[in-house]
Design a protein around this ligand. Sequence first.
Ligand code: FAD
Ligand code: NDP
Length: 426
Amino acid sequence: MGRAFVYVILGGGVAAGHAAHEFVKRGVSHGELCIISEEPVAPYERPALSKGYLLPEDPARLPAFHCCVGTNEERLTSKWYKEHGIELVLGTRVKSADVRRKTLLTATGETITYKFLIVATGARALKLEEFGVSGSDAESVCYLRDLADANRLVNVMQSSSGGNAVVIGGGYIGMECAASLVINNINVTMVFPEPHCMARLFTPKIASYYEEFYRSKGVQFVKGTVLASFDFDSNQKITAVNLRDGTKLSADMVIVGIGIRPNTSLFEGQLTLEKGGIKVNGRMQSSNSSVYAVGDVATFPVKTFGETRRLEHVDSARKAARHAVAAIMEPEKTTEFDYLPFFYSRVFTLSWQFYGDNTGDVVHFGDFLGNSFGAYWVNKGHVVGSFLEGGTKEEYKAIAKITRLKPAIEDLADLETQGLEFALAL
Ligand code: FAD
Ligand code: NDP
């Protein structure tokens, strides 16, 4: 059994949705494009799963957050794909790929052939087992990567109302889920190995603002240690978690957010890999010229840093996906991808944005006791990164612009005094 398409997108997440939209904008013909996804629904904006989806009242549910509502564009439901002659092969895992023969083999035994392939397989959540802890398949232990995980988490939260949750990991999932648990009336203790939350991005000063805010909402922090084991009752229900430092925390539920691994395995030994992802050039093209890669799975040249990076954020997935489609459909008109990294989060009433790179000296500014503050990162005499909490649309635009322009900084103290005004004045 087999079918042939000009363009195939492997994976049905954020990058796939935005790529499909771009294909249609650029005039793909009916029957030319196919999307194969393990998930049973059309591509959706994954960030909703740790935010609106977990709200106790009026939660976000599909079809409201299908791509591309995240960028205020059309909402692409299954009907939209049908109307544009795009084949959506859902609930189907690709189990092997042969880039020499340009074929994919699905778990249902179908062979799908392509002329151009866009790999958008994203990533999977790391499991506690990979750190030597067993029992994470227990009923009340939750991970969060896809819709099925989110539904499970909602059920577990509902049955734990008024109870205790332990959140393992102080990164994005940990921070956003902890906030959602509080809003759902669950007592939260966060456990992570670093000295402060969001250790890869936040400075200790920025982190302490968020930790204080979380504490004011009742969240407790246990830092510098990791989970060692679970305690279960006679019904195999979790009753407590044991930490490596000897602490025992009583728990009705556990959420684990300890990082991800990009889904590269189909292409190992076939495409060049770098920094854990599929290495692509500025056209998002891999070491095989018919295969492109975008989103969490791709390691691409970030021009402004002069080096390759693999980013795990939605803005980069959306833009890289559109760039790959442009490079495939209009190669002569498409230049190298020139992307400024952008990360953001929203928790409780807080909201921050970060642009660029967090390397070099840090200059904090603003009111860390109030609700708007930020930081610049200055490397080799130039601004390379900016962070802002509680900004307006114009202020976020200004810090993005300044980071892209990389102005020279002679005096860090002067930059600190000017603070946000420095970006606004530019
Ligand atoms: P994904 O969206 O993960 O899509 C990958 C797709 O490939 C999935 O549909 C998967 O089922 C499919 N797939 C994988 N392997 C196969 C296979 N062998 N066969 C068939 N299908 C396959 N980023 C932000 O910047 N801001 C946020 O607020 C934010 N919130 C997030 C909240 C959550 C809960 C999560 C999990 C992530 C969040 N992110 C956020 C990160 C962001 O969602 C990802 O960077 C983005 O989804 C990456 O897009 P992608 O298309 O590369 O991968
Ligand atoms: P992150 O990489 O953000 O954070 C993982 C955290 O877990 C780190 O603090 C890490 O510490 C810690 N950790 C690692 N191993 C252990 C362990 N054994 N026990 C306890 N803690 C541990 O990953 P997440 O899981 O939070 O997020 C998954 C993905 O989802 C990421 O790609 C993220 O970008 C994305 N996401 C993005 C959001 C956003 O941009 N707003 C929101 C939600 C998800 P260390 O640093 O020392 O390894």
